[in-house]
Ligand binder design. Structure first.
Ligand code: TYM
Length: 331
């Protein structure tokens, strides 16, 4: 294989607003890693349709998400930024990889179990095979590293298993990817219920990147805590406060010790709005920049079209290798 910089692939579904969770678990790290790696950052609209979407909303959100990626500090000159459905090789490779994935493996995916409960009236084959499409996303680009939140670790591990299996049958074809899970912010919890993950599909207790400051402050002031008063990190006994401390440290760059010392002897009435302020200040420049970029439709179109072309070039290399190895006749 030719000498190349290590490669990153990651993506977010445009099935809702970008959230504080997706920012802390994924985007924040992408911004750091873009300087060291060749990166592809995708808007995974094909994943989004595994549950029903309103078409006009999906179209609007996909482009808005690109504007927000750029506003977060991802450089479209440096990185390949594109919309998944513009690169048909994802779906093609997903079909092939599906034939190297076991029904039992997919049945064990915790996200499938959770989502099929959430959408009990619409458990589609797409929802079930979704991890195969994710494996195709990653393997198509021979990604070395996949920066994601903790909830996606199982899917990256399955991707590795599929790659190992395929390589075992047909000789080395795919690079084996590693998940990159941040130490801080890998699993941001809901402000309403610190026992469940903050999720765009459950708007209560969820902070969105584009929320106005007063909305953010209101949500933090209402955040569920406990009946004590000490601002201390204690995951088992104080999950609400621990989550807020994590958010505070990730937003300000302070250590946990520094944060605890800062609020020692002060009650939650001081602490909760301080976390809100930190997030407001973190998101303010991003929101303003995203609003500005959103007005320039021609620029955004240029970015996603160029991104798709560059992605297709790389994707085709892997796909044709795979097709040849499994015995498809050359076109
Ligand atoms: P998605 O769209 O649900 O979430 C996007 C990214 O944000 C992370 N994340 C969180 N991190 C910490 N705390 C939270 N509360 C939180 N909520 C979300 C997720 O872990 C993820 O990194 N299947 C993926 C999208 C995808 C993908 C890929 C990712 C499709 N193909 C290939 C990497 C590589 C998903 O549904 O993420």
């Amino acid at each position: 294989m030719e000498e190349r910089k290590k490669r990153i692939f990651s993506g977010i579904q445009p099935s809702g607003e970008l959230t504080l969770g997706s920012y802390m678990g994924a985007i924040r790290n992408w911004v750091q890693l873009q300087h060291e790696y060749d990166c592809l950052f995708c808007i995974v609209d094909e994943h989004a349709i595994t549950v029903r979407q309103e078409p006009a909303q999906l179209r609007k959100r996909s482009v808005a998400q690109l504007a927000q990626y750029i506003a977060c500090g991802l450089d479209p000159e440096k990185n390949i930024m594109f919309i998944q459905s513009h690169v048909p090789q994802h779906a093609e490779l997903a079909w092939i990889l599906g034939c190297y994935t076991q029904f039992g493996e997919l049945s064990r995916m915790t996200q499938f179990k959770a989502k099929s409960q959430q959408h009990a009236d619409n458990i589609t084959a797409g929802l079930f095979t979704y991890p195969v499409l994710m494996a195709a996303d990653i393997l198509l680009y021979q990604a070395d590293l996949v920066p994601v939140g903790a909830d996606q670790k199982q899917h990256v591990e399955l991707t590795r298993d599929i790659a190992v299996r395929f390589n075992g049958v047909y000789s080395d074809t795919f690079v084996l990817p590693e998940p990159f899970i941040p130490k801080l912010g890998a699993r941001i919890m809901s402000l309403d219920d610190p026992s469940s993950k903050m999720s765009k599909s459950v708007p209560d207790g969820c902070i969105n990147l584009m929320d106005q400051p007063e909305v953010i402050m209101k949500k933090f002031k209402r955040a569920v805590t406990d009946c004590e008063t000490a601002v201390k990190f204690d995951q088992a006994n104080k999950p609400g406060i621990s989550n807020l401390l994590t958010i505070y440290c990730a937003a300000t760059g302070k250590t946990m010790d520094e944060a605890e010392a800062e609020f020692a002897g002060q009650g939650y009435g001081v602490f909760k709005p301080a976390v809100g302020e930190a997030v407001v200040e973190l998101f303010r420049p991003i929101r303003e920049e995203a609003d500005r970029i959103m007005k320039d439709k021609a620029y955004l179109e240029g970015v996603y079209k160029t991104g798709a072309q560059r992605a297709q070039y790389l994707a085709n290399k892997t796909l044709s290798k795979v097709q040849r190895k499994i015995g498809f006749v050359a076109r």
